[in-house]
Ligand binder design. Structure first.
Ligand code: UT7
Length: 336
């Protein structure tokens, strides 16, 4: 059985910075509330006409990752694309990446696990490498939230949190027997809470004619809904559980962690988890202050930045952990 390792990483965020003060001009909110409850100072939003889309941002991040892996597009055997905000309802975003990057007719797989999307995608990629089926897999997490948020006061508890951006990694077969790479991944779901963080329409439950009718009654099912406190309470428990699960599976303890990269859901959640595992500030990477919550993109963006800043070194134990809509959650334990 082979082992997979991350051979290249990249990120892209739109240039358009939206501060908390900018949002307070659109809705009844303020910088103090947003910072106190979430830690977010600003986020990036695609600007109409800037050429960006979920797939376009994914391509920009992917190009950097492939170059850093010292590979060419033709070396990639499989695309795995994680997003909850695809360019189109169908087909998924993976095929658009294949097209925009002029890749061979390689398979393109879409992952629909929201904030856990990147960890799920990494786990899927890891299995394909382990069996020997593929050698180099491009994994992308990309989100265009801004266009679909309710920017009125009605939507403020959700809209201030989310931002746009993309991150990508190349997962490659580790040809050396040096113990480096993905040690394990751990995935979970609990669909009983699907509606607690969801966007119900347009879908087969709420086709477009119904949405138009409901819209007329101001009962709009096409903006995201989040039961914030319920999600928060579940998140802190599941983050800790799934990190512990990963550590125990590898006979490791929290003191072995060199870098924890939690999905950037809320700075308060990251701080809670940090405290539970008694990790010092230099062992947890957060950038939600600058980008907000970018869902499937948040971990690959944070991982790329941590690596670019020299905070992840060869041989380090890196832990990724995510929780989000579904509910779904997961972790990955990586020897860098
Ligand atoms: O990435 C996927 C996973 N997502 C998460 O893990 C998110 C988890 N949840 C959260 O991060 C937090 O629950 C939020 C940041 C979403 C909300 O924070 P909260 O402390 O749970 O606030 P709340 O929803 O209980 O609202 C408290 C008050 C309410 O006013 P009243 O009823 O006390 O008068 C809200 O109407 O804050 C009000 N409020 C706002 N005020 C100013 C809600 N949103 C805003 C806002 N600006 N943007």
């Amino acid at each position: 059985m082979y082992t997979s390792k991350i051979s290249g990483l990249g990120k892209y965020v739109p240039e358009n910075v939206i501060t908390n003060d900018d949002l307070s001009k659109l809705m009844d909110t303020n910088d103090a509330w947003i910072q106190e409850r979430t830690g977010i100072k600003e986020r990036r939003h695609i600007k109409k006409g800037d050429g960006n889309s979920t797939s376009v941002m994914g391509v920009k991040a992917a190009k950097i990752a492939i170059e850093r892996a010292s590979l060419a597009n033709d070396d990639i055997d499989l695309i795995i694309f994680a997003t909850l905000s695809p360019d189109m309802y169908f087909p998924g975003g993976g095929v658009r990446i294949q097209d925009m990057m002029n890749m061979k007719t390689i398979p393109a797989l879409d992952v629909r696990n929201q904030c856990s999307g990147f960890v799920y995608a990494l786990s899927v990629g890891d299995q394909f490498i382990k069996t020997g089926m593929y050698k180099h897999i491009l994994i992308i997490g990309s989100e265009n939230h801004s266009g679909g948020l309710d920017m009125s006061t009605r939507g403020r508890s959700v809209s201030v949190i989310f931002g746009d951006g993309a991150g990508a990694v190349v997962l490659s077969r580790n040809e050396e027997e040096d113990g480096r790479g993905v040690l394990s991944t751990h995935l979970h779901s609990e669909g009983a809470h699907a509606k607690e963080l969801s966007l119900e329409g347009p879908s087969t439950e709420h086709w477009v004619p119904e949405i138009i009718e409901e819209n007329a009654k101001d009962n709009i099912p096409y903006y995201p809904y989040m039961n914030g406190q319920f999600v928060f309470k579940n998140a802190v428990v599941r983050f800790s559980e799934v990190i512990n699960e990963g550590l125990e599976a590898n006979k490791l303890t929290a003191s072995d962690i060199d870098m924890l990269i939690p999905h950037q859901a809320n700075l308060r959640i990251s701080q809670f988890v940090q405290k539970q595992f008694r990790l010092s500030d230099d062992k947890v990477y957060n950038n939600i202050q600058r980008y907000g919550n970018t869902t499937a993109a948040s971990i690959p963006i944070a991982l790329t930045e941590a690596w670019e800043e020299g905070k992840i070194k060869e041989g380090d134990l890196v832990v990724l952990a995510a929780f989000g809509s579904g509910f779904t959650w997961g972790s990955a334990i990586i020897k860098w």
